[in-house]
Design a protein around this ligand. Structure first.
Ligand SMILES: [Zn+2]
Ligand SMILES: [Zn+2]
Length: 116
């Protein structure tokens, strides 16, 4: 929690943030909580940002529910649907060089979970 380690704002969707988010999920530091939002499945993503480590809370509707749309492409045909959440850091922490009005450190990452 040192101010010296504050990261500069950088718009990045590097795969390593997704990978780190996966690790954080596995460690239960990052949590995904479903809630009802007018019929559509919604989720709250909460925990440390994979890039800047600040606490972030992201409420969103699922951006993708694979396996439910379009014909199956084989592979046994019976793929489990997965929930895909694209999250952009909105930590509220201070980051140098952030554009006016921007929140977070600029990192985007993806969370993929089994829907079942
Ligand atoms: Zn961040
Ligand atoms: Zn941050």
């Amino acid at each position: 929690m040192s101010e010296e380690t504050a990261l500069a704002y950088l718009q990045t969707a590097d795969y390593r943030w997704t990978r780190r988010a996966f690790e954080l999920l596995g460690a239960r530091e990052l949590t995904v909580t479903p809630y009802e939002g007018g019929g559509a499945p919604c989720f709250v993503v909460e925990g440390p940002c994979p890039r800047c480590d600040h606490h972030l809370v992201d409420r969103q509707v699922t951006t993708g529910l694979t396996g439910l749309s379009g014909p199956s492409r084989g592979e046994g045909g019976n793929r489990a649907p997965a929930i895909v959440l694209d999250v952009t850091c909105g930590c509220g922490g201070a980051h140098e060089n952030a554009p006016a009005g921007a929140v977070g450190c600029g990192a985007s990452f993806r969370i993929v979970m089994d829907a079942a």
